[in-house]
Design a protein around this ligand. Sequence first.
Ligand SMILES: Cc1cc2nc3c(=O)[nH]c(=O)nc-3n(C[C@H](O)[C@H](O)[C@H](O)COP(=O)(O)OP(=O)(O)OC[C@H]3O[C@@H](n4cnc5c(N)ncnc54)[C@H](O)[C@@H]3O)c2cc1C
Length: 711
Amino acid sequence: MGEKSEIRMTNDKKRIVIIGGGFAGVQCAGTLSRGLARDQAEVVLFNDENHLVFSPLLAEVVGSSLSPLDVVVPLRQLLPDVLCRTETVRTIDLAASEIEYESDDGEIQRLGYHHLVIACGSVTNLNVVPGMADHAFPLKTVGDAVALRSHIMAQMERAEVCPHPERRRWLLTFIVVGGGFSGAEAAGEINDLVRSSARYFKNFHREDVRVTLIHSREQILPEISPDLRDFAGKKMEKAGVSLVLNARVASATPEGVGLQGGQFIHGGTIVCTVGSAPSPVVGRLAAPTEKGRLLTEPDMRLRDSKNVWAIGDCALIVNAHDGQPSPTTGQFAERQGTQCAQNIIRVLQGQATRPFSFSKLGELCSIGGHSAVADLFGFHLSGFFAWFVWRGVYLFKLPSWAHRFQVGFDWAWLLLFPRDLAHVRARPTDRVSHAHYQPGDFIIRQNDPPLNFYVIEQGEVEVVRSSPRDQNGEVIAVLGPGSFFGEKALLSNEPRVASVRARTPVEVLVMGKNVFTQISSTLTPLRDALAQALNRRRVDVWKDEPQAYELLKRTPLKELMEPVPQPLLKPTAALAEVGHAFVEHGNEFFYVSSDGQTLDGVVTITDLLRARAAGAAAQTPTNQFMTANPVALAADDDCAVASNVIRECRLKALPVVERKDTRKLVGCIRVRRLLAYVFKHAVIGAPDSCQARNQLAGGAGRGMDWNNPAS
Ligand SMILES: Cc1cc2nc3c(=O)[nH]c(=O)nc-3n(C[C@H](O)[C@H](O)[C@H](O)COP(=O)(O)OP(=O)(O)OC[C@H]3O[C@@H](n4cnc5c(N)ncnc54)[C@H](O)[C@@H]3O)c2cc1C
């Protein structure tokens, strides 16, 4: 990648560069191009998409009231006198008055400016709540709205063919996090869409649909007056939206959301409208910020700068009208765009700039069911009339007549005809990602089509197989860090034969089907590991010994558990010390615990020898060569699970912890003891110690069968 400065600047014609084609940037560019002659200034607008997004109408796209193209306007059609560049600005060099961007061919380009306007908004940051980024839908871009709409359609189609009433209810439950404008509008639209569409489905009714709006304060819509908030809340509840107020979401999982305080709300769809972060170009800028927003002078110039301005959501601008920081709304972004452009023109003409000052016109919010709340010029409106005004105002605010006609027509159409339920299925992007699951969450469900391959990074999962006899399912294996699952169904392209459920909080690496197929066919070590696992997991070890399996199944682990081998080692114990412990105590392994109770790791003689062979010094602490967080069984597991896990992990012993959700060590279970128990009860037909050992400890070609574990 090279680096070059693209266009030379002349002193007489000024170049004004704007980063961001949102409400603020577009208003600024439009005002500049109208206020300055072409030979006076060149206005260049960078935006990473070629269109302006009319975000207040995104919820209408989700609810199928508008088409995605109705809420975007191509920038070059909107700003014919502006040089529009669909490129992403990477950095700003304040000292050199240049921006740096990556051109189409990957080269880094630099462009000088006389004035720079930073109007790049903010980006969604769902990482504020554990699991939210993995399991929730954001609502910031047109792509987000389209993906969410498509998902809602898919959930309705799934509910239609789902035979289990409980799962059907889960599929039809939609959780919206955040009761501000975008959350309330999204909840209202989803509620309208799904309830009004129920009449086209045979397997569920309006009453089966649940939409829950979670908000951290006492009332939703903090931006409007208390009486309108009250009206909006009551109206939404009447339409069927459940409000969960004074509640904060603590975690998101595929099953729903957990609230601070312990309550869990189940639902198949989570929409998150809270959580934002500065745009990366702002994050990289060495300029003062507050809560990620650039601090400005009253005239919107960046602090300590003469020719750089910041406006819109990315800036914290004090409004001279009331002395308060401007809110992050489209209304303020537009006014800042206009007034910033006027100030730049003043500077170019040698006049004094003016501070930003704006008295807001009011607030409008659609809440579904042809109802809205409006606070306009001090007048409070609510209900159908407010909804009519809301539509009129937004129609008028759309930036072109073509859009006004199109949107007006779509809205009129929907007053007469039902919403479009077409579900256009785009092939899901194949990718490698990470996902977080809480204990009890299903990562894979039996009979689901195979989509992904999973590698456990942290935590434990259990493989559960249900049968007509046992609907709740029977745990047939436990897998821990480093183990993988999901390969068999992908390779055979058949539905999942067992479910996989998180046993503890789990982090998994998720590989899409195509990525998995490509990597597994080219990367020899992965191919070999998969072949071995398939072999291990393929055969029904208990087929010939159903009594042995039944015996192990009904024997609680506690009965055969042995005490924790002593002493417990500290993670800080030096390698030399561990060597002495092996000699002195004759153990095959030691458990490692920092507090004398919790299982942190296990260290075997092999670990010790491997560390020595790799050149570890005598003082190397144990936590650098032990197996950290090994898979553990719970005291209430049964012995059949223990035998399967021992075989899967190819170990001679496994630690036993008090419960699934704790790591408190209470003992260990050894393959020797399990074997002795089975032999003692003489249930193995024609016992042959070699065969029996294979069955429990896993000899060549024998393994537990996840497809048919003797159920
Ligand atoms: C779902 C939703 C509903 C809303 N409803 C309302 C409402 O009813 N009323 C209201 O007043 N406000 C509403 N808002 C808020 C309003 O949309 C924002 O306040 C407004 O869009 C901010 O304008 P902006 O120009 O600062 O940023 P944005 O509109 O976010 O525009 C920034 C642009 O800059 C681009 N960009 C960022 N970084 C770069 C880069 N490095 N290089 C090139 N381009 C870049 C981005 O892609 C984007 O196009 C809503 C927002 C959302 C998400």
